[in-house]
Design a protein around this ligand. Structure first.
Ligand code: ZN
Length: 53
């Protein structure tokens, strides 16, 4: 397990501006993951809907 944590990639959530770390459940979709949580994803979507309307 040596160096395991250091190998985890990190992204910054565009909604809450917080860095979030790779999780095992994202291993197949990591390239598509943009938000730290479903809550942020939903928030982003809501904002874009308001913009379009
Ligand atoms: Zn977030």
């Amino acid at each position: 397990m040596k160096g395991f944590k250091e190998s985890l990639p990190i992204k910054t959530c565009p909604v809450c501006q917080r860095p979030f770390q790779w999780r095992k459940r994202w291993q197949r979709v990591w390239d598509e993951v943009k938000y730290c949580s479903k809550r942020c994803q939903r928030e982003r979507r809501r904002q874009s809907e308001i913009k379009q309307a």
